[in-house]
Design a protein around this ligand. Structure first.
Ligand code: ARG
Length: 574
């Protein structure tokens, strides 16, 4: 819809004039509105000629009226201080709806055609329990990946595992001393984390341990068979368990290449950068000076010859650019690593590893209702599994009350979808840069700006369709007469539908899920209003009844697609 208006506008404006139309919050300011007149009036020539923004807007309004196809607009008005507001005619809305209804891929775009984007997310350190921070990371990354895919990009979902570093030497030392094979097999991540924690506690009284940890890592790096075997086993068991958590979240990755993959490249990379005069020795260590970027030097090799997290990221970047030729790489990782990425991106410029747009997709903390960092009663950070478990259990209680007649299996499935959907939506609706708050009650409420509310709206619409015997999209649909869709609530719902592609686009461009989530919430409210105020099943006029059902079917479909982009399921019943 927006595009049709833009086309008319562009045909009237000097070539290249930047112009956009937006949807005002209130209908009294038009279905759509543009501020282009104010922009035109501010250019030099116009000012001299004494053209006020309002005068330009009035003149433009008249021209648009004349240029638009007959009956396209219901009304065009200039409004102070220089807006042009448009109201579309019912016929235009109905015709547009017909297009939306018959477009099975509505909202999908080709803007990323032939472009690859690497979305790196989740990226936990293995042998460590996933916490609420990883949960944010995984939820945000997955949704952005979905949105890019929907916008036509080829998406590589990359889980960059933290699977290398001295901590694995420590883990091996700890396992040799206190390890229990069966415990690791049974509950790998928990058992390994316990070993790691014990190692740290015991080093306080036994400093010798620290040295042993370093030694084990040296051996691991040197290719020692036994240590390699242990490390590989820890890694595999961790991945198995990670996959179970990801499955619960409905998340999957194309690439699991982690830090260890780049280990053999560390020495050659450092040597090469040194030879090219890019890296230099400073107090025994190897650094890349970043004065030109107003940043402290990037440390790429410690004085003891050990490589660093940053060095692995440099090798990783080079590998990605060469292998995938991406247009963009998104690094989804918390605010606290901002400095690391400022340095990495500066190094990328120095090394001319600049063929892709590099973006640090940051996010804030998760806080409990008290406003403090979310933690258990004992002060430990809460694990991802604990959160998901609690959300599903709370959702189960609600489903039990709402839908006692369903089978246990159905209830469990719905509870999973609702519980996990609630956690996801609670995160994705916020501007990711801010900290988010866990308020269980609000998160799981079936009213208000929540995941369950959106799912409930979808289920309500599906229930209407089931009861109506509506045959989905049968051959007659194409010839359906939508002139009967002329009530205010129906027209408002249609207009809301038309905003969907733009909401996706905005989320895609800003690398933020909140515009899409916010749109879906408003959309659900308008949809609710339609089916609550308009007789549908009881409509006695058969052709109007069919038209209304079609609107419900289309709205349900778009809502499901939008929820899908957020990684949220839409159960048929709630
Ligand atoms: N494994 C790291 C951590 O848990 C995150 C990795 C982020 N990505 C990167 N390319 N450095 O802190």
């Amino acid at each position: 819809m927006k595009d049709s208006i833009l086309t008319i506008l562009r045909s009237l404006l000097p070539a290249g004039t930047p112009v956009d139309v937006s949807v005002p919050e209130q209908e009294t300011f038009g279905h759509y509105s543009t501020n282009v007149a104010m922009r035109l009036a501010s250019v030099k020539g116009a000012k001299k000629a004494g053209a006020t923004p309002m005068a330009v807007a009035q003149e433009l309004a008249v021209k648009i009226e004349a240029a638009a196809p007959a009956g396209f607009f219901e009304k065009i008005e200039a409004a102070a201080p220089g807006f042009v507001n448009f109201w579309l005619s019912k016929k235009t809305l109905q015709e547009e709806f017909k297009k939306v209804f018959s477009d099975k891929n509505y909202g999908r775009s080709e803007s990323g055609k032939k472009k690859t984007v690497i979305v790196e997310y989740s990226s936990p350190n293995i042998a460590k329990i996933l916490n609420v921070g990883h949960l944010r990371n995984t939820i945000i990354g997955e949704s952005l990946a979905n949105i890019f895919e929907f916008s036509g990009y080829t998406v590589i979902r990359w889980n960059y595992l933290g699977d290398w570093g001295t901590q694995f030497g420590k883990l091996i030392a700890a396992y040799r001393q206190w390890g229990d094979k069966k415990a690791v097999m049974k509950n790998p991540i928990e058992a390994l984390q316990k070993l790691y924690v014990r190692f740290h506690e015991e080093t306080k009284s036994d400093p010798e341990l620290e040295r042993r940890g370093q030694e084990e890592f040296k051996k691991l790096e040197g290719g020692d068979k036994e240590n390699r075997k242990l490390w590989k086993w820890f890694r595999e068991e961790s991945i198995k368990e990670l996959k179970r958590s990801y499955k619960a979240l409905g998340v999957d990755f194309d690439v699991w290449t982690g830090e260890s993959f780049f280990e053999n490249e560390m020495k050659p990379v450092v040597r090469e950068l040194c030879e090219r005069g890019i890296a230099e020795r400073s107090e025994g260590a190897m650094v890349i000076k970043l004065d030109a970027f107003n940043l402290p030097p990037a440390l790429i090799e410690k004085s003891d010859g050990a490589s660093l997290y940053l060095t692995r990221d440099i090798a990783n970047l080079r590998y990605r650019l060469k292998k995938y030729k991406p247009a963009k790489i998104l690094y989804v990782i918390g605010n606290e690593q901002s400095f690391q990425f400022e340095q990495l991106f500066a190094v990328a410029k120095v090394l001319k590893l600049d063929s892709a747009e590099l973006r640090h997709v940051k996010y804030g903390l998760v806080r409990g209702e008290s406003g403090k960092k979310l933690s258990t009663r004992e002060g430990r950070t809460v694990s991802m599994n604990e959160i998901l478990g609690k959300a599903v259990a709370l959702a189960k209680e609600a489903v039990q009350k709402k839908n006692a007649e369903l089978s246990e299996k159905e209830k469990n499935e719905i509870a999973e979808a609702v519980g996990i959907g609630a956690v996801k939506y609670n995160d994705l609706k916020e501007n990711r840069m801010t900290d988010i708050v866990f308020n269980w009650e609000r998160m799981l409420a079936f009213t208000g700006d929540s995941g369950p509310y959106l799912q409930y709206t979808y289920a309500r619409m599906r229930s209407i369709l089931r009861k109506s015997g509506y045959a989905e999209r049968d051959a007659k649909d194409a010839g359906r007469d939508f002139a009967a869709l002329d009530g205010d609530a129906a027209l408002a719902l249609m207009r809301k539908l038309f905003e969907f592609p733009d909401a996706v686009k905005k989320s895609n461009e800003l690398l933020m899920t909140s515009p899409l989530a916010d749109y879906l919430y408003k959309f659900a409210s308008v949809a609710n209003k339609f089916y609550e105020t308009t007789p549908i099943l009881k409509d006695e006029n058969e052709s109007r009844r069919q038209a209304r059902l079609t609107l419900i079917e289309t709205a349900a479909r778009v809502l499901k697609t939008g929820l899908g982009l957020l990684g949220i399921q839409a159960p048929e019943k709630i």
